[in-house]
Design a protein around this ligand. Sequence first.
Ligand SMILES: NC(=O)c1ccc[n+]([C@@H]2O[C@H](COP(=O)([O-])OP(=O)(O)OC[C@H]3O[C@@H](n4cnc5c(N)ncnc54)[C@H](O)[C@@H]3O)[C@@H](O)[C@H]2O)c1
Length: 285
Amino acid sequence: MSGFRGRVAVVTGAGSGIGRALGLALARRGARLALSDVDEDGLAETGRAAGELGAETFRQRVDVTDRAAVIDFAEVVADRFGAVNQIYNNAGIALGRPIVESSFEDYDRVLAVNLWGVIHGTKAFLPHLIASGDGHVVNISSLNGFMAMGELSHYCTSKYAVRGFTETLRIEMRAARHPVKVTCVHPGGVRTAIADRAIDQELANGRIISAAQEAQRRRQAAFALRMSPDVAAATILTGVGRNRGRVLVGRDAKLVDAAVRFFPGGYTRALGTAGRLSGRSGSAA
Ligand SMILES: NC(=O)c1ccc[n+]([C@@H]2O[C@H](COP(=O)([O-])OP(=O)(O)OC[C@H]3O[C@@H](n4cnc5c(N)ncnc54)[C@H](O)[C@@H]3O)[C@@H](O)[C@H]2O)c1
């Protein structure tokens, strides 16, 4: 079992949702925490709650798309704690929009956070994790890291790529006998702010024209994202503790994993037909 007590754990996107729940679950298990997010208020709230649980907590505003800032953060954390053991590359955003309506900038934005953020965090912290003699990289993908859905091309592309990057890292760490474990996490729907933030972004851009469309999207998100972040975080840490290469979070993720294995080509046809019947270009979560 990998341990948590006394280990220095870094969490990106710690100001909300799964990142906050991970921070607090790690605090309960006795980890020393370095928390980051772009949302300083959310980050302060997580830091306060982790402090109340008795955890030594350091927090810094870091935008994971900013390579220099992430590298600087890694140095600051290593200096402050003397070692770094675990990084949870969790920060992420979503966007629901068909490919024909998407701009190149839409892809830039989502890939910058969801893919480059993970690459930045992994690369910046890896030398410190190796030096610790007991490192662990935990990258948060999604069930959309093995199943595509209509209107989520930006998100799916980023999450499939996170899986490829993370599984490659696991092979390389093992081949080179580096003391770094690697886990790729695939959550199903978790009750967080991610979908509402994506809808808010669409509203800010004037993309969702009717109140009915907005209400329908929020209803769909509430239906699909059900698991509590605390349960998700506990599942993730159990997998990390057991050094699982791949952690599926939630029954939906397990079901989708099985469905895609059995119908690797057929599922896209089924979702396309469902999208046509519902009048949307796919069945986005
Ligand atoms: N909620 C789900 O159903 C679900 C399912 C599968 C995967 N995930 C993944 O879990 C991770 C956490 O998402 P969540 O659901 O908790 O969402 P959330 O919106 O509640 O939290 C995401 C956090 O990331 C932060 N963030 C966004 N852009 C950032 C940036 N550039 N730099 C630093 N921080 C940034 C946000 O401020 C926020 O605090 C994401 O990678 C997401 O893709 C979520």
